[in-house]
Design a protein around this ligand. Structure first.
Ligand SMILES: Cc1cc2nc3c(=O)[nH]c(=O)nc-3n(C[C@H](O)[C@H](O)[C@H](O)COP(=O)(O)OP(=O)(O)OC[C@H]3O[C@@H](n4cnc5c(N)ncnc54)[C@H](O)[C@@H]3O)c2cc1C
Length: 457
């Protein structure tokens, strides 16, 4: 009996109950990860490519997963193509009985699995919730999504997060799978050997102390998490969480969470263990609170489907914004009239990361000062962020643009005040050269503009 595990945003072996189950039940276990053509030409309504920092982090994570699985005689096939075309080849060539994969919340990701099932109507498909703290039935049965985030949080705080005791990876039985690299019909879809030659030594590692810690893979994620708690930073999270930079001011768990190198349950458990040893305080509670924000956006994305990407959003309210290519370009490249925004965008472009407060400031600037269609900002983030997650990114953008779940109908951050609060001495702006080039918003009078181009309703 043979099973195929399709890795998606769950690039880990530990705390992966479905993968463990398949390894215990089937004599042969095959694994694949599929880089879809959209990865080069994203799922977003616009033409975005995956930025170099995102690629690097993904490649590091895949490399580590490949090595881990190899130690158990399991080959991870990293393929390039469309899942509903590739998986039937694998199923046929490897005599697969069962396909396993994590449930997804993103609209396009859900459609992909539907397309695979349609192509293989007789195949047994097993799925589990591996990217969330709770199972779907808890969300449905408690009606947690009917209302604001506060209601969601209060509802779920009454339900303990459940942890499954799983046998460790080292205790998995031997795997009888034949080497799938020998399948000739797959070779056009296999990635070239130099795929793993990453541009690791990018500015990610050299420019910022905190970013130097961000290397993809479960092992790196676990070490990072362990160091965070050992450093005692969790004691002060509530006070430091809005800082724009600095080691351990926030956890920086998000890149590993986004690809599933760390599971949200592993993080939740680490906070709980820290609380048992050091006592719960406002900061540890706030950390759990943030994980519930993440959870909220996950389930909201699943609930809202394709509305996550529409101009009017899930609130069905059209913002009074449009698309001006010059303004958008200046925002992306850190050349707006606002030094703090420029510094933040330079940081994003150089490292693939930005703090939560920074994201709120630049997103608010795009929507309110530059009056741009929020989806272009969300698409740019999708391209650049190493922690890109469909639910967190598009959900937060909707929130700020006032087309999502925010009961207050959007957020406008006063850039001067934010600069005074979070960069009073200008250190951050100087470090990321935000005042290097501050251009006026438009080089021509707006009345002279042609009709807004590329505006999608
Ligand atoms: C416009 C915008 C776009 C965003 N895009 C993404 C994205 O693509 N991927 C992503 O993971 N987060 C996104 N966020 C949320 C948040 O900015 C990041 O999760 C956070 O900055 C990551 O840093 P951290 O791990 O140090 O967070 P911490 O402050 O240490 O928080 C701990 C964890 O809680 C979760 N979390 C915290 N705040 C949020 C939030 N507002 N929404 C959802 N989860 C949260 C994250 O998983 C985070 O790792 C976005 C926020 C905004 C305003």
């Amino acid at each position: 009996m043979a099973a195929l595990y399709w890795f998606r945003n769950d690039l880990r072996v530990e705390d992966n109950s479905l993968l463990t189950e398949l390894s215990q039940t089937y004599t042969s276990l095959y694994c694949c990860y599929i880089i879809e053509p959209q990865a080069k030409n994203s799922s977003a309504p616009f033409n975005t490519t995956v930025g170099k920092h995102r690629w690097s982090f993904l490649k590091q994570s895949l490399q580590e997963l490949t090595d881990t699985l190899r130690s158990k005689n399991i080959t991870l096939l990293v393929l390039y193509g469309v899942p509903e075309k590739l998986i039937p080849i694998l199923v046929d060539e490897l005599s697969i009985d069962t396909l396993g994969c994590a449930n997804q919340v993103g609209y396009r990701e859900i459609q992909r699995l539907k397309a695979v099932k349609k192509a293989l109507p007789k195949l047994r498909v097993k799925t589990q919730w591996l990217h969330t703290l709770y199972e779907k039935n808890v969300i449905d049965n408690t009606n947690a999504l009917a209302g604001s985030f506060s209601k969601f949080r209060k509802t779920l705080e009454k339900h303990a997060v459940e942890f499954k005791q799983l046998p460790s990876f080292v205790d998995w039985p031997a795997n009888d799978a034949k080497d799938p690299n020998t399948i000739k019909s797959l070779s056009p879809f296999c990635l070239p050997d130099d795929f793993y030659e990453t541009d690791l030594n990018t500015k990610l590692q050299t420019q910022s102390t905190s970013s130097a810690l961000i290397v993809g893979g479960c092992h790196q994620g676990l070490i990072h998490m362990q160091n965070y708690f050992l450093s005692g930073a969790a004691e002060h999270y509530k006070q430091t969480r809005n800082d724009l930079h600095g080691l351990h001011r926030t956890t920086m768990f998000s890149p590993w969470l986004a690809l599933g190198c760390l599971s949200p349950k592993q993080v939740w458990r680490a906070i709980t263990e820290y609380e048992h040893t050091n006592q719960a305080n406002d900061s540890t509670k706030w950390l759990k609170f943030e994980l519930l924000w993440r959870e909220y956006f996950q389930w909201l994305a699943r609930h809202n489907g394709n509305e996550l990407f529409t101009f009017k959003g899930s609130a069905n309210t059209p913002p009074n914004t449009s698309f001006y290519s010059e303004r958008f370009k200046k925002w992306c490249t850190g050349n707006t009239p606002y030094p703090l925004v420029n510094a933040l965008m330079n940081q994003l472009n150089e490292t693939g990361f930005m703090s939560n407060r920074g994201r709120q400031i630049v997103a608010s600037c795009l929507v309110n000062e530059l009056q741009l269609d929020w989806r272009y900002g969300a698409s740019y983030f999708e391209q650049q962020l190493i922690d890109y997650d469909v639910a967190s990114n598009w959900g937060n953008w909707q929130y700020i643009a006032g087309v999502g779940a925010d009961p207050r109908g959007g957020r406008w951050f006063n850039i001067d005040k934010q600069s005074q609060y979070y960069d009073a001495d200008g250190e951050f702006t100087r470090k990321w050269q935000g005042d290097r080039q501050c251009y006026p918003l438009d080089s021509v009078d707006l009345v002279d503009w042609p009709v807004a181009d590329n505006h999608v309703n």
